[in-house]
Ligand binder design. Structure first.
Ligand code: FE2
Ligand code: FE2
Length: 243
């Protein structure tokens, strides 16, 4: 199983996240969507490639991802049916699961860059699923699910690297580096958007509590100066009409 230093550091927080049946259900249903999405991208990749061997492997891979989607969905719904209510957590975003092909446009990639991207994506998925498996001792069915899916992700990781070395033996390492840099850039953009969202929320909240109260107080004072009760309005004189 693949394990990273990052996974070890995040383990206590992941344990906390996966304690809640509501969040387990929510995350599994999210994973199901990503896996199904990844499967569709792989079918498209199989249609586009001119390499017969790759076409067969991409289709087999797509079938695996579609099966993972069904397995995650079934377990997620079972947890929800068992009483898990929907929930949101600040650490929710820490469990990304399999990133699929992210927002990669399969049509714009050649076999080499696609295989490099698939390899890195599957490696990350294997590492993530191994870390969830490690903190799920309290939920044997979900733990067994991750164990099963993890084996598939590791095999996807291996076949994509083998195929990359087959189709581009001279440039495989460079293709992997390029894919790494692209993933880093996407990760940076995700973090930048999240930070911008936090800042805008903080600024709007401060505006609400600092700028609005003086206006509210001014309106209150103005209302106090108004005479109470009914006010008699003088009848209009003939000369004042139409003004
Ligand atoms: Fe998968
Ligand atoms: Fe996979």
């Amino acid at each position: 199983m693949v394990s990273t230093a990052k996974s070890m550091l995040l383990r206590p927080l992941r344990w906390l996240l996966w304690r809640s049946p509501a969040l387990r259900s929510r995350k599994l249903l999210q994973f199901a969507e990503v896996e199904a999405d990844g499967g569709r991208d792989l079918v498209r990749a199989a249609e586009l490639t001119g390499d017969a061997r790759l076409r067969r492997l991409f289709l087999a891979h797509a079938r695996d991802e579609e099966r993972h989607a069904r397995m995650f969905k079934s377990r997620g719904l079972a947890l929800r049916a068992g009483g898990a209510r929907r929930g949101v957590s600040l650490i929710d975003g820490m469990s990304r699961g399999e990133a699929g092909l992210d927002d990669l446009r399969v049509e714009d990639e050649d076999d080499e860059s696609l295989l490099a991207f698939i390899h890195l994506s599957e490696r990350t998925a294997a590492s993530e699923f191994a870390s969830y498996h490690a903190v799920l001792r309290h939920d044997p069915p979900t733990r067994a699910l991750f164990e099963r899916i993890l084996r598939d992700e590791e095999s996807h990781m291996r076949y994509s690297l083998n195929e990359l070395n087959r189709v581009a033996p001279a440039t495989a390492r460079w293709a992997l580096w390029k894919a790494r840099l692209r993933r880093l850039w996407k990760a940076y953009l995700r973090v930048a958007v999240a930070v911008a969202s936090v800042f805008s929320t903080v600024l709007l909240t401060l505006q609400y509590f600092i700028l609005l109260p003086p206006f509210a107080l001014a309106a209150k004072w103005a209302a106090r100066r108004e005479p109470r009760g009914w006010t008699v309005i003088e009848p209009r004189t003939a000369g004042g009409q139409g003004r």
